[in-house]
Ligand binder design. Structure first.
Ligand code: ZN
Length: 173
Protein backbone atom coordinates (compact mmCIF):
# COMPACT_ATOMS: atom_id res chain seq x y z
CA UNK A 1 0.00 0.00 0.00
CA UNK A 2 1.31 3.40 -0.92
CA UNK A 3 1.40 5.86 1.93
CA UNK A 4 1.63 9.52 1.08
CA UNK A 5 2.23 12.57 3.21
CA UNK A 6 -1.11 14.12 4.10
CA UNK A 7 0.48 17.57 3.88
CA UNK A 8 2.35 17.53 0.57
CA UNK A 9 1.33 14.27 -1.05
CA UNK A 10 4.86 12.92 -1.28
CA UNK A 11 5.27 9.17 -1.07
CA UNK A 12 6.43 8.03 2.34
CA UNK A 13 7.58 4.52 1.64
CA UNK A 14 11.25 3.72 1.87
CA UNK A 15 13.05 0.89 0.21
CA UNK A 16 13.46 -2.24 2.27
CA UNK A 17 16.17 -2.04 4.90
CA UNK A 18 16.71 1.66 4.45
CA UNK A 19 16.64 3.51 7.72
CA UNK A 20 14.33 6.47 7.62
CA UNK A 21 16.58 9.49 8.04
CA UNK A 22 14.59 11.32 10.64
CA UNK A 23 10.88 11.01 11.08
CA UNK A 24 10.76 7.30 11.83
CA UNK A 25 8.86 7.89 15.04
CA UNK A 26 5.92 9.42 13.24
CA UNK A 27 6.41 7.69 9.91
CA UNK A 28 3.21 5.72 10.25
CA UNK A 29 1.29 8.91 10.94
CA UNK A 30 1.18 10.19 7.40
CA UNK A 31 3.66 13.00 7.44
CA UNK A 32 6.96 13.34 5.61
CA UNK A 33 10.19 14.55 7.12
CA UNK A 34 10.06 18.02 5.56
CA UNK A 35 6.47 18.66 6.56
CA UNK A 36 7.16 17.37 10.06
CA UNK A 37 10.10 19.71 10.42
CA UNK A 38 8.17 22.74 9.25
CA UNK A 39 5.26 21.86 11.55
CA UNK A 40 7.53 21.36 14.56
CA UNK A 41 9.58 24.48 13.85
CA UNK A 42 6.49 26.55 13.16
CA UNK A 43 4.81 25.57 16.40
CA UNK A 44 1.46 27.07 17.33
CA UNK A 45 -1.95 25.71 16.46
CA UNK A 46 -1.00 23.61 13.40
CA UNK A 47 1.60 21.72 15.45
CA UNK A 48 -0.80 21.36 18.36
CA UNK A 49 -3.52 19.93 16.13
CA UNK A 50 -1.11 17.46 14.55
CA UNK A 51 0.23 16.30 17.92
CA UNK A 52 -3.29 16.03 19.35
CA UNK A 53 -4.26 13.77 16.45
CA UNK A 54 -1.72 11.21 17.68
CA UNK A 55 -3.13 8.69 20.09
CA UNK A 56 -0.10 8.56 22.36
CA UNK A 57 1.71 11.04 24.60
CA UNK A 58 4.21 13.14 22.69
CA UNK A 59 6.00 16.33 23.59
CA UNK A 60 8.36 18.61 21.73
CA UNK A 61 11.26 19.73 23.92
CA UNK A 62 14.33 21.91 23.65
CA UNK A 63 17.91 20.74 24.27
CA UNK A 64 17.34 21.63 27.92
CA UNK A 65 14.15 19.57 28.06
CA UNK A 66 11.97 22.64 28.16
CA UNK A 67 8.51 21.79 26.89
CA UNK A 68 7.77 23.61 23.61
CA UNK A 69 4.60 21.66 22.87
CA UNK A 70 2.70 18.78 24.44
CA UNK A 71 -0.24 16.96 22.99
CA UNK A 72 -3.53 16.11 24.65
CA UNK A 73 -2.42 12.58 25.67
CA UNK A 74 0.76 13.94 27.28
CA UNK A 75 -1.22 16.58 29.19
CA UNK A 76 -3.66 13.94 30.43
CA UNK A 77 -0.75 11.74 31.50
CA UNK A 78 0.79 14.66 33.39
CA UNK A 79 -2.57 15.58 34.91
CA UNK A 80 -2.22 18.98 33.25
CA UNK A 81 -5.15 19.07 30.90
CA UNK A 82 -6.04 22.68 30.36
CA UNK A 83 -2.95 24.00 32.13
CA UNK A 84 -0.30 25.82 30.23
CA UNK A 85 2.72 23.55 30.12
CA UNK A 86 4.66 25.32 27.38
CA UNK A 87 7.87 26.96 28.57
CA UNK A 88 8.14 24.76 31.63
CA UNK A 89 10.74 22.06 32.13
CA UNK A 90 9.55 18.53 31.49
CA UNK A 91 10.29 17.48 35.07
CA UNK A 92 8.07 20.29 36.37
CA UNK A 93 5.25 19.42 34.02
CA UNK A 94 5.30 15.78 35.11
CA UNK A 95 5.98 16.78 38.72
CA UNK A 96 9.19 14.77 38.99
CA UNK A 97 10.02 14.36 42.67
CA UNK A 98 13.48 15.85 42.00
CA UNK A 99 12.15 18.94 40.28
CA UNK A 100 10.90 20.04 43.71
CA UNK A 101 14.40 20.00 45.16
CA UNK A 102 16.55 23.13 45.30
CA UNK A 103 17.81 23.93 41.82
CA UNK A 104 14.86 22.25 40.15
CA UNK A 105 14.65 20.00 37.11
CA UNK A 106 18.09 19.38 35.63
CA UNK A 107 20.04 20.93 38.50
CA UNK A 108 19.85 18.41 41.32
CA UNK A 109 22.35 15.64 42.03
CA UNK A 110 19.77 13.12 40.78
CA UNK A 111 19.43 14.71 37.37
CA UNK A 112 22.66 13.41 35.84
CA UNK A 113 21.19 9.92 36.08
CA UNK A 114 17.83 10.89 34.65
CA UNK A 115 17.15 8.69 31.62
CA UNK A 116 14.68 11.20 30.23
CA UNK A 117 17.06 14.13 30.35
CA UNK A 118 20.04 12.05 29.19
CA UNK A 119 18.17 10.58 26.26
CA UNK A 120 16.64 13.86 25.11
CA UNK A 121 19.93 15.74 25.48
CA UNK A 122 21.82 13.07 23.57
CA UNK A 123 19.35 13.27 20.71
CA UNK A 124 19.61 17.05 20.72
CA UNK A 125 23.40 17.07 20.69
CA UNK A 126 24.09 14.14 18.36
CA UNK A 127 20.94 13.98 16.25
CA UNK A 128 20.71 10.30 17.14
CA UNK A 129 17.24 8.87 17.64
CA UNK A 130 16.49 6.57 20.54
CA UNK A 131 13.83 3.90 20.58
CA UNK A 132 12.02 2.54 23.61
CA UNK A 133 14.59 3.44 26.23
CA UNK A 134 13.39 2.07 29.58
CA UNK A 135 12.90 4.92 32.02
CA UNK A 136 11.56 5.29 35.51
CA UNK A 137 9.84 8.35 36.70
CA UNK A 138 9.04 9.23 40.29
CA UNK A 139 6.56 11.99 40.72
CA UNK A 140 4.63 13.80 43.36
CA UNK A 141 5.61 15.08 46.81
CA UNK A 142 8.40 12.96 48.28
CA UNK A 143 6.35 11.40 51.06
CA UNK A 144 3.69 10.08 48.68
CA UNK A 145 5.71 9.82 45.49
CA UNK A 146 4.68 7.23 42.91
CA UNK A 147 7.05 5.50 40.53
CA UNK A 148 6.14 4.61 36.99
CA UNK A 149 8.10 2.66 34.41
CA UNK A 150 7.72 3.54 30.78
CA UNK A 151 9.57 3.66 27.48
CA UNK A 152 10.93 6.75 25.91
CA UNK A 153 11.62 7.38 22.25
CA UNK A 154 13.27 10.50 20.93
CA UNK A 155 14.08 12.00 17.61
CA UNK A 156 15.60 15.28 16.53
CA UNK A 157 13.49 17.42 14.24
CA UNK A 158 15.14 20.67 13.23
CA UNK A 159 16.52 22.14 16.44
CA UNK A 160 13.93 20.40 18.59
CA UNK A 161 13.45 16.97 20.06
CA UNK A 162 10.31 14.90 19.71
CA UNK A 163 9.80 12.85 22.82
CA UNK A 164 7.32 10.01 22.80
CA UNK A 165 6.24 8.33 26.02
CA UNK A 166 5.07 4.77 25.81
CA UNK A 167 3.50 3.14 28.80
CA UNK A 168 4.09 -0.60 29.26
CA UNK A 169 1.29 -2.75 27.91
CA UNK A 170 -1.53 -3.28 30.30
CA UNK A 171 -1.66 -6.74 31.77
CA UNK A 172 -4.10 -8.88 29.79
CA UNK A 173 -7.30 -9.68 31.65
ZN1 ZN B 1 5.04 16.24 3.29
Amino acid sequence: MEIVCAWCGRELTHSEGEEAPSCGLLRSHGICEDCLESLVSGGGQPLQEFLDSLGFPVTVVSGNVEVLAANHSARILAGKNGDDVVGRLLGEVFECVHSRLPGGCGRTIHCSGCAIRRTATDTYLTGRAHRRVPATFTFGPEEVALTHDFFLSTEKVGQRVLLVIELPDEEPD
